[in-house]
Design a protein around this ligand. Structure first.
Ligand SMILES: [Zn+2]
Length: 320
């Protein structure tokens, strides 16, 4: 049996994909068009997955070939409709499940073109604040949740756009710089040490980002954003604007990075160093400054000194 014989027959009619449309959205529209359930369309396209959602994140090469055959496209075109091209460096910034943002301009066009259910890939990308198709400002899909004021960080919008642009073209950055940029986003959200000023501002748990974007904690205090290391870094829109602007500022000003480090002392400093070393080592084990960072970290040297002590040779002289 040849490969062509196992691949599914092409569908009689295939709909055009919208620019930046996600694969699951496109397949869903075909299920609607043919009046079948999504699982029936899946089987017709030769894929055996309970939901369309996974196919956007972890498509296998075999699935891409099957879908390509059924949908009259090439496997490369199918993979480009998934999040796979971003897995290398931005995997930790892709939202799971439904998109969290939307582009009102593109939605208007989709409704006009009778394809109102289209969902774009960029609506799940944690580094996006503008639409890659029409450049409009993205908006939050709120669903009753309370978020900080949408325009809270409009004064740093241009810098945030630069940060977004840097991440969108992260593949062009040298590996070290790319790993550091993504690590920095996480580091900016870590807690900093308390200052005397915090009491007046009624800030109980300030973040490092407040050092780079003054006033961040005043907004975050009203609608605290929770960061879990196990979930993707997809911040609510106003927080994201501040975060991207913070990334851009810090990348372009080494003094600012020194100020971030000195804003963390004691427990916060230990946490900052440990997070930095872990993020960089995970992202890029051959990061050129990793050893230097470990050596200069009080936390890290203490850890190794303790270990050294445990394995120290026993004294040649018997204690009497
Ligand atoms: Zn748009």
């Amino acid at each position: 049996m040849t490969i062509a014989e196992v691949l599914p027959e092409p569908l009689p009619l295939v709909l055009d994909e919208a620019p930046d449309e996600s694969l699951s959205s496109w397949l869903n529209r075909h299920a609607e068009f043919y009046g079948v359930s999504p699982s029936a369309l899946n089987l017709r396209a030769g894929i055996n997955t309970p939901s369309f959602a996974r196919i956007d994140y972890w498509p296998t090469a075999g699935e891409a070939c099957s879908i390509a055959s059924a949908m009259r496209r090439t496997p490369e075109m199918i993979l480009s409709m998934t999040h796979q091209p971003y897995h290398g460096r931005l995997a930790t910034m892709i939202a799971r499940g439904k998109p969290v943002l939307a582009c009102p301009e593109c939605q208007t066009i989709h409704r006009r073109d009778k394809r109102a259910t289209v969902l774009l890939k960029s609506w799940s990308h944690g580094w996006r604040i503008t639409c890659p198709v029409c450049s409009s400002r993205l908006q939050e899909i709120t669903e009753g949740k309370i978020y900080p004021p949408a325009n809270a960080f409009d004064h740093v919008w241009d810098e945030a756009r630069n940060g977004e642009e840097m991440l969108a073209s992260i593949d062009q950055l040298p590996t070290d710089r790319a790993a550091f940029a993504v690590a920095l986003l996480h580091l900016l959200l870590l807690p900093r040490s308390r200052t005397r000023n915090d009491v007046q501002r009624q800030i109980w748990r300030g973040r490092v980002l407040d050092v780079v974007i003054p006033g961040f904690d005043d907004v975050d205090r009203h609608a605290p954003f929770t960061v879990h290391t196990a979930t993707p870094l997809v911040a609510p829109l106003p927080i994201r604007v501040a975060l991207l602007a913070g990334l851009w500022r810090t990348q372009n000003n080494p003094d600012l990075y020194d100020r971030i480090e000195s804003a963390c002392s004691g427990r916060e400093s230990i946490r900052f160093d440990a997070a930095k070393i872990k993020l960089l080592a995970d992202a890029h084990p051959a990061f050129s400054h990793l050893q230097q960072i470990r050596d200069s970290s009080p936390f890290w040297s203490r850890y190794f000194l303790q270990r050294k002590r445990k394995t120290a040779p026993v004294s040649r002289f018997r204690a009497t």
